[in-house]
Ligand binder design. Structure first.
Ligand code: UT7
Length: 307
């Protein structure tokens, strides 16, 4: 049994907010943001529903799949439009799906948690799953807090996973959660996102490297066989530190945070779509997809692209 990615789609708001624009209202600068994070600009606007629906529509079109042929929708989000109902039910309605639909919150690891869950569904008989990460982080951002406002942004990315009896894209997973670290990155009801950035940074590098190594071992793939590493897009320095420890040169890492900032669960599918657009994904190549986030959660998967 196998599960293959057969289509991808993304959506970002039109509104571009540059570092210089943020510097007009915050005690920060393009130089600080660029040097400490790698972010140059981000997209702000929309909602998890509107962005998720747009990304989902594009993924279905890319896959050549009709809405009626989707058997399950999993929408990963940290920022649902409402506490209830699940944003997935609204996106399913917008897309004309007639299948089960649920939200999943694993913070910035959400897309990879959704892929793992979809893989389990496919293993037990579900044929086609639409997975997506859709975020409206700007709504939960205190625009007067320079520790957070320069980092977070809005966007969505989606993929269609399909059962295949002969080919399999998903070779291994390593997921985890450590609730003892939950206070490092939080958002209370009606509040704003708060983070101990330095500590999250340290732990992020540790869990990315650890989960990546475990996923590689489980897949029987070595780091030098990877043609791409698609990491969660939080900070270029986290990506550099993790790649260095994994012995992967930076030219094999996909980086989109310079244009999109940190879009939490949307960041990995946004990065995969960017790699596809730049012809960096080829049949038979190995890739490592790896995320981490509030919880703390982490999720790595080794992929061999079948198309
Ligand atoms: O996706 C979920 C996970 N999130 C992350 O992975 C984020 C992880 N953390 C980070 O990316 C980094 O820790 C940050 C980008 C949040 C901060 O970078 P840092 O290199 O750890 O900076 P810092 O917190 O040590 O701050 C250094 C200095 C401080 O000033 P003093 O105390 O040295 O005078 C900060 O007050 O930089 C100051 N600072 C800023 N200055 C200008 C903090 N934010 C800003 C800012 N502009 N936006």
């Amino acid at each position: 049994m196998g599960a293959r990615f057969i289509g991808w789609g993304t959506a970002v708001p039109d509104r571009v907010v540059t570092n210089d624009e943020l510097s007009q209202t915050l005690d920060t600068s393009d130089q600080w943001i660029t040097e400490r994070t790698g972010i140059k600009e981000r997209r702000i606007g929309g909602s998890a529903r509107t962005l998720g629906a747009e990304a989902g529509r594009r993924a279905l079109a890319d896959a050549g799949v009709e809405p009626g042929d989707v058997d399950f929708l999993i929408l990963a989000t940290t920022t649902p439009d409402r506490i209830t109902p699940a944003t997935a039910t609204l996106v399913a309605h917008d897309l004309g799906l007639s299948c089960p639909a649920m939200d999943l919150n694993a913070a910035c690891s959400g897309f990879m948690y959704a892929v793992r869950t979809a893989y389990g569904l496919i293993e037990t008989g579900t044929r086609r799953v639409l997975v997506m990460g859709a975020e409206n982080l700007s709504r939960w951002t205190d625009w007067n807090d320079r520790n957070i406002a320069v980092l977070l942004a809005d966007g969505a990315g989606a993929a269609v996973l399909e059962h295949d009896p002969t080919e399999n894209d998903l070779l291994s997973f390593c997921l985890g959660a450590e609730g003892a670290d939950a206070d490092l990155l939080t958002c209370e009801h009606g509040g704003y996102i708060e983070m101990d950035g330095k500590e999250v940074f340290r732990r992020a590098v540790r869990v990315v490297v650890d989960s990546a190594e475990k996923a590689l071992t489980a897949a029987g793939v070595t780091a030098d066989q990877l043609s791409l590493v698609v990491p969660h897009q939080a900070n270029i320095r986290i990506i550099q530190a993790a790649c260095q420890r994994l012995n992967v040169e930076m030219d094999r890492a996909v980086v989109v945070l310079d244009r999109y900032g940190n879009t939490s669960s949307a960041s990995i599918p946004l990065a995969v779509a960017d790699a596809r657009a730049h012809d960096r994904i080829h049949k038979g190549d190995y890739a490592l997809l790896t995320g981490f986030g509030a919880g703390m959660t982490w999720a790595s998967a080794v992929v061999r692209w079948s198309r």
